[in-house]
Design a protein. Structure first.
Lengths: 421, 216
């Protein structure tokens, strides 16, 4: 009995329960001498079946675990049958069913169209309750009366609590208040009557009734406030994220576009601006920027970016695997930077490729350009770039470097660094 | 070979125009589509040889188009074009049936070449895609692919060499020269890798890709 979304259904249910409560009170007061429990069972049964008939069967009646179970119609009927059949066991079936439907009320906000129809839940619950009442009247229930009413009252109270915690329409609110009142009245009557039977009214009864009342009225409001606060916080965080993004877009994209307009007469400059902007956005959008300890991969990407900017050439970077940057791999990165700079100078504007593979055994990097290529042996001894910065540096750190003319022209520098295991 | 018929799918008209002009004279553009639904209807109607497909579009993106059409139209080749280098995007698309992936910054000549190769039923691996695949199929037995299906998870040494060279920026014919094999054999190896990728467990693959992105 979690949600009675329909105004009429909710009102009818509320009035019915109030009526039942009145009958109960009159009976306890000795003004009525009916077989009221059988009559109650009959009325509850009629109300339950009525609700089940009125409410259309909807696929979205259940959510969560219940939805998975009830997807199969056979299972759905089995669930209903089990609810009714186990009702005489101290009201177990309807109680469990009520608690299971709580899950639906607990779902923060099921998507529109996926709202479980409370009338059907209430209807099934009432049918179950009628069986409990009938069984009780016939003396067929297992467990004591106190246990029975405890289980039923407890699950009804919990259902009401969660119902109250949901945002609801006008009809739902009225029905909720009526229902809460009826349940309270009923609880109070039963407890007063039983304490009288046990000899004298104690102060415990009104105290407990008061506490339950406070819980039913204030509890849901508190829960709802908490939920709304959390939603608000989330919304604020989202807004902040949006404005941060807008700021970044302004800082980078708009500034770059302005720059591009002012430099429209220099194609090389425009290309370079677009390239650095692309890289920057890519890092932001696809998370290629890594925070924390520097890795070989990020270091290689950084030097590739430097070379792109400095030499106005596109560097295609592909990195497989990664590792934390240490001294030998830092040497590899430095050598790769030198090789990239060299390639950029000789590539004649064609893209340069950097491929690096880092695994447990070794780190290797390949820098390839499509320029005219050159012969390492023919490089004059005073040209220090290749020999010192690349080959000697690698050797000094226990690696090696090789330069070769690649098939199809151009040149490829291969850097290999063994890694300690 | 006859001129391949191409459909261009991208939600940005500016980009479609750019691709069209870059491919002018090299292929026949049979149509353009700007949304997933439009693309599916158009491709069903004109049955092009190749679909140039943007990865990122509203309503499911390129993945939705490939998933919807690849089983039904096996003769249509899908080539993914993207600015995204996120491996999960790319790998998912290839897994769904795309015959290759290139970045949007690809040189015009290479794009036409890639279209022709897809039209001929071959696979197109950009250096990036080769890098992703090498990562996914790394010899490490702790990687998810190896646990799921050792057969699919292992690349032959030759396939590994070929991918390695592609990742290093070698064109197919340069790979052939380097390994002393014909370009046709290079195609053959690349297609075999593509097949392994498509047959491997999708869930494992995307989880791997997502994890890789986290540590990247």
């Amino acid at each position: 009995m979690t949600r009675v979304g329909d105004r009429n259904g909710g009102l009818a249910l509320g009035l019915l329960i109030v009526g039942a409560g009145m009958v109960l009170i009159l009976d306890r007061a000795g003004a009525l001498t009916l077989a009221w429990d059988l009559a109650g069972a009959l009325v509850t049964l009629v109300a339950g079946v009525g609700l089940l008939t009125v409410a259309p069967a909807s696929r979205a009646q259940y959510v969560g675990t219940l939805a998975r179970i009830t997807r199969d119609r056979g299972n759905l009927w089995a669930l209903r049958a089990a609810t009714v059949a186990t009702a005489p066991l101290a009201g177990l079936g309807p109680a469990v069913y009520g608690l299971l439907t709580l899950r639906q009320a607990l779902a923060p906000e099921p998507p529109a169209g996926d709202q479980p129809d409370g009338r059907r839940s209430a209807g099934t619950g009432l049918v179950g309750l009628s069986v409990v009442l009938a069984a009780d009247a016939a003396g067929l229930t297992l467990g004591s009366d106190a246990l029975l009413w405890g289980v039923l009252g407890g699950s009804a109270g919990l259902s009401l609590y969660w119902w109250g915690a949901k945002p609801m329409r006008e009809g739902g609110r009225v029905a909720f208040l009526l229902l809460s009142g009826a349940v309270l009245l009923w609880l109070a009557t039963v407890s007063i009557a039983s304490s009288q039977g046990a000899g004298g009214t104690s102060v415990v009864v009104p105290a407990v009734a008061g506490a339950v009342l406070a819980l039913l009225v204030l509890g849901p409001r508190w829960t709802r406030t908490q939920r709304e606060l959390a939603a608000e916080r989330e919304e604020r965080a989202r807004t902040m994220e949006r404005s941060e993004l807008a700021e970044k877009v302004h800082d980078s994209v708009l500034q770059t576009l302005a720059l591009i307009q002012s430099r429209a007469d220099d194609p090389a400059e425009v290309k370079a601006l677009a390239r650095s902007q692309e890289r920057d956005l890519r890092e932001r959008l696809f998370g290629e920027r890594t925070e924390g300890p520097a890795s070989v991969g990020t270091a290689l990407r950084a030097v590739a970016a430097e070379v792109e900017d400095a030499y106005r050439v596109k560097v295609e970077v592909v990195i497989v695997g990664d590792a934390e940057l240490d001294e030998p791999t830092a040497a590899l990165v430095a050598a790769a930077r030198e090789a990239l700079a060299n390639a950029a100078k000789h590539a004649g504007g064609a893209p340069v490729s950097l491929f690096a593979e880092i695994n447990e055994r070794q780190a290797s990097a390949f820098v390839r350009d499509r320029g005219p290529g050159f012969d390492l042996e023919a490089v004059p001894a005073d040209r220090r770039g290749v020999r010192d910065s690349i080959v000697a540096r690698m050797v000094r750190h226990g690696g090696h470097a090789a330069v070769r003319t690649a098939p199809g022209g151009g040149c490829e520098v291969r850097l290999v660094q063994e890694r300690r295991r | 070979m006859s001129t391949p018929r191409v459909v261009i799918v991208d939600d940005h008209a500016l980009f479609r125009d750019g691709v069209r002009s870059r491919l002018a004279g090299e292929v026949e553009v049979a149509g353009e589509a700007g949304t997933v639904a439009e693309a599916i209807a158009l491709i069903r109607k004109v049955r092009p040889d190749v679909v140039l497909l943007d990865v990122h579009m509203p309503a499911g993106g390129g993945l939705a188009v490939v998933s919807a059409l690849a089983p039904e139209l096996p003769e249509v080749g899908f080539l993914a074009l993207s600015v995204s280098d996120a491996p999960e995007d790319v790998i998912e698309l290839v897994h769904a049936g795309a015959r290759g992936y290139v970045t949007k910054t690809i040189e015009p000549g290479e794009l036409a070449d890639a279209v022709r190769r897809v039209a001929a039923g071959d696979a197109v691996f950009s250096p990036r895609l080769a890098g992703f695949v090498l990562d996914a199929f790394a010899g490490d037995a702790t990687l998810p692919l190896a646990q799921v299906d050792p057969e699919l998870a292992s690349l032959t040494p030759r396939e590994r060499e070929v991918l390695h060279l592609i990742a290093r920026g070698y064109l197919y014919k340069e790979v052939g020269l380097e390994l002393a094999i014909s370009p046709k054999t290079v195609e053959h190896h690349v297609s075999a890798v593509l097949r392994k990728l498509q047959l491997s467990n999708r869930h494992q693959l995307s989880r791997w890709a997502a994890e890789r992105r986290l540590v990247d």
